[in-house]
Write a protein that binds this ligand. Structure first.
Ligand SMILES: [Zn+2]
Length: 289
């Protein structure tokens, strides 16, 4: 690992030296498209190495330069497919680094610009190829980002678009193992997104079911209350009696427990001559006439 990073550092040093020369050449001849593109290619390599080394902020600055130069190139020659593709790649790289910096909105905006350009290129090219593959790659990245944000529905849409292209690419070029691998990855991503979406749907269904259960419990309680009031308590000035539908009187019931807590507690007859009361509640202990 250290050796590989050491090599990466070495490579970066070499590219930075080359960059100086290319910057001078590009500055000296700003209308020279070759010099501008050499500079752009250098910057892409440098940005990639910076990202590999974890210099994310430096990589961001580098890719921003890439986009700047590519914008000029693409603007100067709208018919130049390579210049357009450079711009799409620049935006995709910018999206990658922003995603690494957890700037999700920035990353999605950059990917969207890359998508726009690649879509135009793919439409203009009847033969399935590079532009289509670029499109599938960006759709995959957008899907990953959406899935990370728990937007499984959006992720699914992006993956489906990527899958459609990957299927076409694999069909048109059956001997291409890269296309087959891309297709396989697309299927796996789509499967992940579908599972996550199902889980999200189940969770929300469960929440709905809980609300329904709570509502049902409330409904049962209110129906029971209605049922109860059909044989309503009658207060005779001292205690409660119930009158059933057949007109029979039942009771008495403790007024203290019923009034305070809604509890229906039967009173018990007092057989003690020394006590003046007739009834006693065994729950609250109160005596009544
Ligand atoms: Zn009582």
């Amino acid at each position: 690992m250290r050796l590989r990073l050491g090599n990466t550092h070495g490579a970066l040093g070499a590219y930075l030296k080359g960059l100086e020369i290319r910057e001078k050449l590009a500055r000296a001849d700003p209308d020279n498209n070759h010099a501008q593109r050499d500079l752009l290619v250098s910057l892409i390599h440098i940005g990639d190495l910076q990202l590999q080394l974890g210099d994310t902020q430096k990589a961001l600055a580098t890719y921003q330069k890439v986009v700047e130069i590519a914008e000029k190139g693409a603007h100067n020659d709208m018919t130049n497919r390579r210049a357009q593709r450079d711009l799409s790649l620049g935006y995709t790289r910018l999206g990658d680094v922003k995603s690494r910096l957890t700037d999700t909105q920035g990353a999605l905006a950059a990917y969207r610009k890359g998508l726009e350009i690649s879509e135009k290129l793919a439409r203009a090219d009847p033969e399935i190829g590079e532009a289509h593959r670029d499109l599938a790659v960006i759709y995959g990245k957008v899907g990953d980002l959406q899935l990370e944000q728990s937007n499984a529905q959006y992720a699914l849409k992006a993956y489906q678009k990527g899958l459609e292209i990957a299927e076409k690419l694999a069909r048109e070029d059956p001997g291409n193992s890269l296309a087959k691998r891309d297709l396989c990855v697309s299927y796996m991503r789509l499967g992940d997104a579908q599972i996550k979406l199902q889980i999200a749907e189940l969770i929300s269904a469960l929440a709905d079911a809980r609300i329904q259960a709570a509502e049902t419990t409330e409904l049962i309680a209110s129906l029971q209350q209605q049922l109860k009031s059909k044989t309503e308590m009658k207060f005779n000035g001292e205690v409660y009696y119930k009158v059933s539908e057949s007109g029979e009187e039942e009771g008495p019931w403790c007024p203290k427990c019923y009034d305070a807590k809604g509890l229906e507690i039967r009173l018990h007859r007092v057989n003690n001559q020394q006590i003046q009361s007739n009834w006693r509640c065994r729950v609250c202990g109160e005596y009544f006439q």
